[in-house]
Design a protein around this ligand. Structure first.
Ligand code: E4P
Length: 224
């Protein structure tokens, strides 16, 4: 499963890129507005750090304007993926952008039929929003499994991008259900790396190693 960071914060992206496990980035207008900077400047910086897909969302409601914005965003870098909301106008825009061979990510997907329509319109990714479904008492994770099965049944190339991830458990479930990618906030990714038993184990190893004399340590290190 590909790991994407769901943020418009360049420092977070730079940090995770350094971990060597970052496959891509997703942004949305809310995340961009938190940064208080120009969207274009942010995108230019992100694509210099990340070579994988970087989702950039349009902020129009009519298909013509979505396509216009999408074409402009896609021209910023070859790895930009134009994010389009799941509406009728969005479907039209997905089709037109896919005919121009521009990669797209259909966002705000809350049921399997929305995802199927987006895939039929040529979306490269669909983003089911798990956390927001859980928030209203639905099981968001079922949707991932349904989309994976449907795309598989019809050999659709569209990738399932699990989004609105709120906890490490969401990430595990997304992987178990076969999501192609999972986008998560920096905090969730950090909490995945850490485990109290790993920290305890590491501290014990360091303590034990320090009990050795310098000569014993030198003798214990395998010589190249
Ligand atoms: C996905 O692309 C969205 O940016 C994101 O996952 C939304 O998450 P939220 O529901 O936590 O805002």
């Amino acid at each position: 499963m590909k790991i994407f960071l769901d943020t418009a914060n360049v420092a977070e992206i730079r940090e995770v890129a350094d971990w060597g496990i970052l496959d891509g980035v997703t942004t949305n207008p809310s995340l961009v507005s938190k940064e208080g900077r120009s969207f274009d400047d942010i995108l230019h910086e992100i694509v210099r750090i990340v070579s994988g897909p970087v989702s950039a969302e349009v902020v129009a409601e009519a298909a013509d304007e979505m396509v216009e914005q999408g074409v402009r965003l896609a021209a910023l870098a070859p790895n930009i993926v134009v994010k389009i909301p799941m509406t009728i106008e969005g479907l039209k825009a997905l089709r037109r952008l896919s005919e121009k061979e521009i990669a797209t990510n259909c966002t705000l997907v809350f049921n399997a039929t929305q995802g199927l329509l987006a895939a039929k319109a040529g979306a490269s990714f669909v983003s089911p929003f798990l956390g927001r479904l859980d928030d209203i008492g639905h099981n968001g994770m079922d949707l991932i499994g349904q989309l994976v099965t449907i795309f598989d049944n019809y050999a659709l190339d569209t990738e399932v991008l699990a989004a609105s991830i709120r906890s490490p458990l969401h990430v595990v479930d997304a992987a178990l259900h076969g999501a192609d990618a999972c986008t998560m906030p920096f905090k969730v990714l950090q909490s995945i790396v850490r485990h109290p038993l790993t920290d305890l184990g590491n501290a014990a190893f360091t303590r034990d190693w320090q009990k050795l004399t310098p000569a014993q340590r030198a003798a214990a290190v395998v010589q190249a």
